[in-house]
Design a protein around this ligand. Structure first.
Ligand SMILES: [Zn+2]
Length: 479
């Protein structure tokens, strides 16, 4: 029985779709203004795996994943590059498909774009205005959060606390600092569509409500995304959708955890930021190899836990996969007998299948599922020592392929064992990044924050950088 952790209730709940045997699922996709990074890779892979497992369980899955193709970030990027905003979105949608192909991630059932759903978006904003939960100020339309008593239910925040925490320089046109834009008036030269409030464009949140309800209905089963979307994005989606329909919106809220590099959140300013492209193009490995290693690495972590990205982690994934493919090669050899299927093997396979399903049923516990496959790997290796028939070998091989396919693993015919493992994806720190860390550490020591100072020393050590402290309180470093 499949159980899913629901962010809304904070509980693992038995999964029962609204329509038996059919699952309707919406996942927030990317804003197409830049290359996808590791965080996007993780989210895409998590929901692809969930979709595959639901299919494995014989559910019919309708999977909707959007592209945000009109947004401030896109407009700014177009200005930076001096090209039309449509050229920015076209470029990064193409880049997105290139990366997803490398990661072995297929297309969703529907991949709606905001710009192609303007009538639906405007219709939803109108419905909210008609119900008196939205108001217009000079061509902008805001959602009035005070009119939606359940606001904050997903992120477990209270409206009063949020108001108190809001900055002083709030937009005076808003009735409450937490009110958010459903529609924004467009300046000349910006993308815009005609609406009852003048020429404008949608706020970010409204598109997901409009597109999910259009393709999946007012109430659907699973809504997913990264944890960073819980607030405000998903909170606002709920407010808009429920206020408009008077019905429940999504029934199970599923969120994946962050990606960290050396225990820090991945971010451009920290210099520990990796795009998917960088990992594939910097790696000495071939694309199919890199894709499988990355999938294996990402899925040996539970989707809700923070994920620690490291060279070491990728190396371990490679070495574990070497072990699997080595076994598959041995299974491909002719058996020494032509006897029937081995009984011990059949038992081991059946036991693994059940344990694998149990792990996946427990909130998609992929690390536990992979551990079961590793167990079967050693079991079959042992049985090979005593000899397995050709038929039995094929049976074992098929089982690995079948269960592996849930995670996109074990499908390659040819595996490369001997490849250079020295420089994979994680690049070393640049001199100026090291300098800034050393400076931060010196300051930490000066204010006697030795815990922080040690953390930074460890961080640099993990990048093969050694710090030497001098008696005058300064430090020097070397690679
Ligand atoms: Zn969304």
């Amino acid at each position: 029985m499949l159980k899913i952790y629901n962010t809304m209730t904070g509980l693992k709940e038995v999964f029962r779709p609204l329509v038996p045997k059919a699952v309707r699922m919406y996942v927030c996709g990317v804003t197409v203004y830049d290359e996808c990074h590791l965080g996007h890779a993780r989210s895409a892979l998590v929901f692809e795996t969930i979709r595959r497992y639901l299919k494995y369980c014989n559910f019919k899955v309708t999977f909707v994943k959007n592209f945000t193709d009109v947004d401030d970030k896109i407009i700014n990027r177009a200005k930076e590059l001096g090209i039309p905003w449509q050229a920015v979105t076209a470029k990064y949608i193409k880049a997105y498909y290139r990366d997803m192909k490398r990661l072995g991630i297929g297309r969703a059932t529907v991949e709606p774009r905001a710009t192609k759903h303007m009538a639906d978006i405007i219709g939803l904003v109108r419905a909210l205005a008609r119900k008196g939960v939205a108001y217009q100020v000079n061509g902008d339309v805001y959602f009035q959060v005070q009119k939606f008593p359940a606001y904050g239910a997903l992120s477990k925040r209270k409206l009063e606390d949020m108001q108190a925490g809001a900055r002083v320089e709030v937009d005076e046109r808003k009735r409450n600092p937490m009110d958010f834009a459903l529609w924004k008036s467009s300046k000349p030269g910006e993308p815009g569509w005609d609406s009852p409030w003048g020429r404008g464009r949608p706020g970010w949140h409204i598109e997901c409500s409009a597109m999910s309800m259009k393709h999946l209905g007012k109430t659907f089963d699973i809504h997913g995304g990264g944890m960073d979307l819980i607030f405000p994005h998903h909170e606002n989606e709920i407010a808009q959708s429920c206020a408009a329909t008077g019905k429940q919106f999504a029934r199970y809220w599923v969120h994946n955890g962050f990606v960290q590099v050396n225990q820090e959140k991945m971010s451009k300013s920290l210099g520990n930021f990796f795009t998917i492209r960088e990992i594939f193009e910097k790696s000495e490995w071939s694309e199919d190899l890199t894709g499988e290693i990355l999938r294996y690495f990402l899925l040996t972590n539970h989707y809700r836990s923070p994920l620690e990205f490291s060279d070491q982690g990728l190396r371990e994934a490679k070495s574990s996969l070497d072990g699997f493919y080595d076994l598959f090669n041995r299974l491909k050899e002719r058996g020494k007998t032509t006897g029937p299927v081995n009984e011990k093997l059949t038992t081991a396979i059946e036991r693994t299948r059940l344990a694998f399903e149990q792990a996946m049923d427990d909130d998609f516990n992929t690390p536990a599922a992979v551990a079961e496959l590793q167990g079967l790997r050693s079991g079959v290796n042992k049985l090979l020592e005593t000899g397995l028939s050709t038929k039995a070998r094929e049976q074992a091989r098929q089982q690995f392929r079948l269960l592996g396919s849930v995670m996109g693993l074990f499908q390659l015919e040819k595996w490369r064992f001997n490849v250079d493992l020295s420089d994979i994806g994680v690049r070393g720190l640049a001199d100026e990044e090291v300098e800034s860390k050393v400076k931060e550490r010196t300051e930490a020591r000066r204010r006697k924050d030795f815990k922080r100072a040690d953390e930074i020393r460890e961080f640099l050590k993990s990048h093969d950088i050694i710090i030497e402290d001098r008696p005058d309180g300064t430090s020097r470093w070397k690679r």
